[in-house]
Design a protein around this ligand. Structure first.
Ligand SMILES: Nc1ncnc2c1ncn2[C@@H]1O[C@H](COP(=O)(O)OP(=O)(O)OP(=O)(O)O)[C@@H](O)[C@H]1O
Ligand SMILES: [Mg+2]
Length: 152
């Protein structure tokens, strides 16, 4: 008999900036998952090196972030808590901590509109659209060895 499919306890959601990661993560609440928005955690726990005034964003200390998330996952497992971690950096985590990596994709027209609405510079919009065109998060997640599911 085929083994029943084991439900993932630790899910990460990655994808280009503005693709819809946080929106999707919130939908997992109904299934008993605790969503962790890494953008908020970085600010709350000061997991950054500096603030980049030119690009208007924090320069993340990736090592600090990884350590923080690994400890958080460890704690969740101990408490039998299910997590959904959302960030375009989430796939940098080692697959040994993660059951499933969801890559959110978005059509370019929609993504352009979303980024424009945020008031991003032309350069920042172009860079992020390029990231989506090149499927950077998807490729990196596969290379890292995650079990990957692409959604739109
Ligand atoms: N499935 C969807 N249908 C309609 N609108 C959506 C959908 N997903 C996201 N959006 C909208 O797109 C915008 C960006 O979504 P969201 O904040 O979830 O993206 P994100 O990937 O988390 O962005 P960031 O990388 O900045 O954290 C929001 O205004 C959200 O309401
Ligand atoms: Mg988000």
């Amino acid at each position: 008999m085929k083994k029943p499919h084991k439900k993932p306890n630790i899910i990460i959601i990655t994808g280009s900036v503005g693709a819809g990661k946080t929106t999707l993560a919130q939908k997992y609440k109904k299934q008993g998952y605790t969503p962790l928005d890494v953008n908020q955690l970085i600010k709350k726990h000061k997991l950054y090196d500096a603030y980049d005034h030119k690009n208007k964003c924090f320069v993340v200390d990736e090592k600090k972030l990884a350590t923080w998330l690994e400890q958080r996952i460890h704690q969740a497992k101990k408490n039998k808590q299910k997590l959904v971690i959302d960030s375009h950096l989430s796939h940098y985590l080692s697959p040994k901590y993660v059951d499933l990596c969801i890559v959110v994709t978005c059509d370019l027209k929609t993504l352009y509109k979303r980024l424009k609405k945020r008031g991003y510079s032309k350069k920042k919009i172009e860079d992020n659209l390029q990231c989506e065109i090149m499927e950077v998060c998807y490729t990196e997640a596969l290379e890292k060895g995650h079990k990957v599911k692409k959604v739109r």
